[in-house]
Design a protein around this ligand. Structure first.
Ligand SMILES: Nc1ncnc2c1ncn2[C@@H]1O[C@H](COP(=O)(O)OP(=O)(O)O)[C@@H](O)[C@H]1O
Ligand SMILES: [Mg+2]
Length: 326
């Protein structure tokens, strides 16, 4: 078997805060093959965006990263800042949740798209604008030539998200990280954007790391899922199997908390009772233990190890009915 496109091994991300250092991602391991779609799900604050930023080399100043991230065999953590810059775009690109935060409000859409091509492919301004127009057409924006001359604030949220995707795609990345790219959009536009990503993935054999709250979108679009809680993966596996038979009580709680039984797109993660743990006082054993309806005394055992089963669930030594269910 060939090596995966991206291999992450025991990634740790620690951020500097006013209260000292804080671990926001801990012992995170996963891999993505070329052309594959992997979903990353979990409640707000579970470390999904910090994982994405670490992959892109865009962690906040002062962040300390540990573990390994191999992109096509290349060790990202030991790469120079210059090398990381080169990789952003043609190797990996990211679409952020809020396109306004990553589009420059003072530059026309056309110039921002053209810049990608001028930087990564040495295109002339004329070539770049022509290709940018094609890209806007490809992401389903009407009147693409008119859009080129417009500024981000003149577009709707859905249009801006499409511009961001066009911008990411112009660099022809081998891995696209989409961080809740559709959360702010209405369900129809969400579906259109997902279909677009799907098509680009097939046509360009692009790998997609799809970060979302929406289990319905996961069910429809992603082959495998990684469930994160409090900076760690609690469970991972093939989507259909994981949604049908969750192993970890956290995954089960997420699924049970959904309004209605379906996994239709537009079904967000419902709030679970209680709060995720304070990163400064992580539970010593299973981090979900304080909120877990199935907890047992030994779930607090700090010696608990990741016990991966066939589905890759973080099994904890506990004898949860779910975790041990065959
Ligand atoms: N710049 C930052 N400084 C300190 N802590 C941060 C910063 N950004 C995010 N965090 C914290 O890191 C944790 C993970 O955040 P994040 O990755 O954004 O979660 P998610 O994307 O899953 O909602 C949260 O506890 C959040 O409060
Ligand atoms: Mg986030």
């Amino acid at each position: 078997m060939s090596a995966p496109l991206l291999q992450v091994e025991s990634l740790a991300v620690r951020l500097q805060t006013a209260q000292g250092e804080r671990a926001v991602v801990d012992d995170l391991s996963f891999a993505i093959d070329a052309g594959e779609t992997l979903a990353l799900v979990g409640e707000s604050g579970s470390g999904k965006s910090q994982t994405a930023l670490a992959l892109m080399g865009l962690s906040a100043r002062g962040a300390r990263l540990g573990g390994r991230m191999l992109f096509d065999g290349e060790d990202l953590l030991s790469a120079s800042a210059e090398r990381r810059r080169q990789l952003r775009g043609p190797a990996m690109a990211m679409v952020f949740q809020d396109p306004m935060s990553s589009l420059n409000p003072y530059l026309s859409v056309g110039l921002q798209l053209a810049e990608v091509l001028e930087t990564h492919r040495g295109a002339t301004r004329g070539q770049a604008l022509a290709e940018a127009e094609c890209a806007l057409d490809a992401v389903g924006l009407s009147a693409p030539r008119t859009r080129l001359a417009q500024y981000p604030h003149e577009l709707s949220g859905g249009m801006r998200q499409r511009v961001m995707i066009a911008m990411a795609m112009l660099a022809r990345p081998r891995l696209l990280i989409a961080d809740e790219p559709t959360t702010a959009l209405d369900p129809t536009v969400q579906r259109q954007i997902l279909r677009l990503l799907e098509r680009l993935r097939r046509e360009q054999r692009m790998a997609l790391l799809f970060i979302t709250h929406d289990l319905g979108l996961v069910a429809e679009h992603c082959e495998r899922v990684l469930v994160m809680y409090a900076g760690q993966v609690v469970e991972s596996g093939a989507t259909a199997q994981l949604l049908r038979r969750p192993r970890h009580p956290y995954t089960a709680a997420l699924l049970n908390a959904r309004p209605g039984a379906g996994t239709r797109p537009g079904t967000p993660l419902a709030a679970l009772p209680g709060q995720p743990p304070d990163p400064r006082q992580m539970p010593p054993g299973c981090r979900f233990e304080p909120r877990c309806a199935l907890r047992q005394a030994d779930c607090r055992d700090p010696g608990l190890l990741w016990q991966s089963d066939a589905q890759g669930s973080r099994g904890w030594r506990c004898r949860h009915p779910l975790a041990s269910r065959g």
